[in-house]
Design a protein around this ligand. Structure first.
Ligand code: CU
Length: 252
């Protein structure tokens, strides 16, 4: 009920459905990775929960204290096979979680550096400045002011079916760059040098044009909640037109 009422009051919350485990429909290849890690983690957690609940009920129902007998039940201390089991099963479970998490976070944070589109994201109290470079040509920066509707915030236009590199920086406090449909967010931390891998990430957009809300996901001051922006995914031809009319230095 809380979920239903909480989502009803914001206009930029993407539609979530149960088949995706309440995640929004993603628009990047990396989103596929996140979605399957999310699904797998839920399946593992629910399966673990089911086993635990069955064991609790089994013990509660079939091993109740019997009125006639007052002595201690059989003790299992120093039972080597059982203690090995107690140790090994959690170890195996943690290793499996660790393996999938490490494998996927490696994919999600990989930066090849050869993306045709590079976006410099500058976060500030309380909006964003986006400077896009396409094959070495820099476009006019897009900057915004605090707004209450993401459609009025700065808009970052990007092509579909393309690799895009982001470089995040800020001069003031910690912000966080979040587009829910990317199923990914990354803190924007002041003072990181340009070669710090923590500033960068890459996405490959899917063929899903549309306008998607973005926000700051780290409480950064009084207008944090108004630090809204949008990402518009357009087909390559439309993006080429956008480049032609928004090159830095070109007359408008
Ligand atoms: Cu912020």
């Amino acid at each position: 009920m809380l979920l239903a009422t909480a989502t009803a009051c914001a206009n930029d919350v993407p539609e979530a459905n149960w088949s995706r485990g309440l995640l929004p429909d993603h628009v990047t290849e990396q989103g596929d990775v996140v979605q399957s890690l999310w699904n797998g983690a839920w399946i593992a957690a629910l399966a673990t929960g089911a086993v635990v609940i069955v064991l609790i009920l089994w013990a509660a129902i079939f091993h109740r204290k019997r009125k006639a007998k007052a002595e201690l039940p059989p003790q299992v201390r120093y039972n080597l096979p059982i203690e090995m089991l107690y140790t090994l099963i959690p170890l195996v479970m943690v290793s499996v979680f660790f393996f999938f998490t490490a494998r996927d976070s490696d994919v999600l944070t990989r930066v090849d550096g050869n993306a045709p589109v590079k976006v410099k994201v500058e976060a500030f109290q309380w909006s964003w400045r986006f400077t896009t470079t396409v094959n070495g040509k820099t476009l006019q920066p897009v900057a915004g002011v605090p707004v209450s509707d993401y459609k009025q915030g700065p808009q970052l236009v990007l092509p579909t079916k393309s690799k895009i590199e982001f470089d995040l920086s800020t001069d003031d406090v910690i912000h966080s760059f979040w587009v829910p449909e990317f199923l990914f967010k990354r803190d924007v931390i002041p003072g990181l040098s340009e070669d710090n891998p923590g500033r960068k990430f890459e996405i490959t957009t899917l063929d899903r044009p549309g306008v998607f809300a973005g926000r700051c996901a780290e409480l950064c001051g009084v207008d944090h909640s108004r630090m809204l922006f949008s990402v518009k995914l357009v087909p390559q031809a439309e993006f080429d037109q956008y480049i032609a009319t928004h090159q830095a230095g070109s007359a408008q």
